[in-house]
Design a protein around this ligand. Structure first.
Ligand SMILES: [Zn+2]
Ligand SMILES: [Zn+2]
Length: 446
């Protein structure tokens, strides 16, 4: 009988353990949430453009240092010597065990905020071209930073439940997709041990606050920026026979580029070739020297990306050749490396493990599997070509009634990067902190 009672008590304790842990995490977040919401509002009202995140990174560093983390600042090396690296690395060593890296991005966008919120940004600054632009955290990187700070605090307090080395990083210049590359060039993996796992979250503009969504496997596409300079032989608009008209060659090239995805690529390998800009000529009666096309290429697989790049070169040259352009005026195809980034691959095993753990904390119904996107992120770079298992999950950030109304009416909500993007701070931060703390504990638990 005594044994039966003892077993019954044990079972009760074991079954209750996750609920108890969850309640205590909720209680811990309750104690911090007011302060975190005001930190979020402060960050929201003081955004900084990519490559210029000096104040934001200093604030993040100071906060993490105050919490007891060992902080290294100004990590990052860009090709442009005028840009300073504003990467922040915070380390908490807690005995032997795995190294887990959690990344938040820290930069904002040249967008004029139109939400009308009391803490809306009114910041204006000069961009690289010297033009005055408004600045807004229109992608929610302020939510990511505040979630990182909340997670940092929770994991400090929960040190007895995990072991290993926790690394939290503030990554600059995500929007220009060169910040992760700059942190790697700045030697992040010589400052910290190479992680065993890498995690990040990104807010979602069409999912309710309180929910998390994720995608296992390829989750976001690689992005490659390409310029094609189509060169001709200029002359008078009334005398086409004496010219090689780059405007006509550009028109034919643009149409021919559409056949790369439709005719040369497997339908099972998603890919996009978009010509987003075309510039050429000055006047109706002048056939110009050249026309410039600007393209973005999106793929999941690297081999698909390589094939598309070689097809672009072949088609551009082929069209110029067919038009009789001399060999020394063949088109120039340039890949803009500092504006390109790899695809984001969520390690399937890690993704399912983390999703199940988060489900235990916020409710399995609130963790939803979604399809991949052709949008891009530079978070994938930290995985060193998928060598290190990594995962980014989506954090619902919108007032649930607005999501419901949008589903009913079919009217889309303001997207990420919109001047009207409006995350709901408190429940979004609560869920972000809970989800990320749980994910780290799952990977580093004793
Ligand atoms: Zn963005
Ligand atoms: Zn973003």
């Amino acid at each position: 009988m005594k044994t039966q009672i003892a077993i019954a008590i044990m079972v009760t304790i074991l079954c209750a353990a996750p609920a108890f842990a969850q309640q205590s995490l909720d209680a811990m977040i309750d104690r911090e949430i007011a302060q975190l919401v005001s930190t979020y509002k402060m960050l929201h009202a003081s955004p900084e453009l990519s490559h210029y995140e000096a104040k934001t990174s200093a604030f993040l560093a100071q906060q993490l240092r105050t919490l007891g983390y060992t902080v290294t600042e100004n990590i990052g090396k860009y090709e442009n010597p005028l840009w300073q690296g504003h990467g922040v690395i915070a380390v908490l060593k807690n005995g032997d065990g795995p190294t887990v890296l959690v990344r938040s991005d820290i930069d904002a966008l040249p967008v004029e905020e139109k939400t009308g919120l009391p803490y809306a940004s009114t910041v204006k600054t000069k961009n690289d071209a010297g033009q005055e632009v408004s600045v807004m955290h229109a992608c929610g990187h302020d939510i990511h930073m505040t979630s990182l700070l909340g997670t940092a605090k929770m994991l400090w307090q929960l040190k007895g439940q995990w072991h290993g080395t926790l690394v939290l990083i503030g990554q600059p210049a995500e929007e220009t997709i060169d910040g992760a590359k700059a942190m790697l060039a700045g030697g992040i993996y010589s400052i910290i041990p190479k992680p065993d796992f890498i995690l990040a979250l990104h807010d979602s503009a069409d999912v309710e606050a309180g929910k998390v969504t994720y995608c296992a496997g390829y989750a976001m596409a690689s992005s490659t920026s390409v310029d094609i300079i189509i060169r001709g032989v200029s002359g008078h608009g009334s005398k086409p026979e004496a010219t090689k008209d780059p405007i006509v060659i550009a028109a034919e090239t643009i149409l021919a580029l559409q056949t790369i995805v439709s005719r040369e690529n497997s339908p099972l390998d998603p890919a996009v070739v978009t010509v987003g800009s075309i510039h050429g000529g000055t006047k109706r009666n002048i056939i110009p020297d050249e026309v410039t096309l600007q393209l973005t290429i999106r793929t999941y697989k690297e081999e698909v990306r390589q094939h598309i790049l070689s097809a672009i070169e072949r088609i551009a040259r082929g069209n110029a050749s067919a038009a009789g352009v001399p060999d020394d005026r063949m088109p120039i195809v340039k890949v803009i490396e500092n504006e390109s980034g790899p695809s984001l691959y969520n390690d399937p095993q890690l993704s399912e493990r983390v999703a199940v753990a988060i489900g235990r904390t916020i409710g399995a119904d609130n963790v939803i599997k979604v399809s991949p996107l052709m949008a891009s992120e530079d978070f994938g770079r930290f995985s060193l070509d998928h060598q290190i298992p990594s995962m980014m999950f989506w954090l619902g950030a919108i007032e649930p009634s607005r999501v419901e109304a949008s589903r009913k009416s079919g009217k889309p909500l303001p997207s990420l990067h919109s001047s009207l993007f409006e995350p709901l701070p408190e429940p979004t931060l609560r869920t972000g902190i809970k989800a990320m703390t749980t994910a780290v504990l799952e990977l580093m638990k004793k």
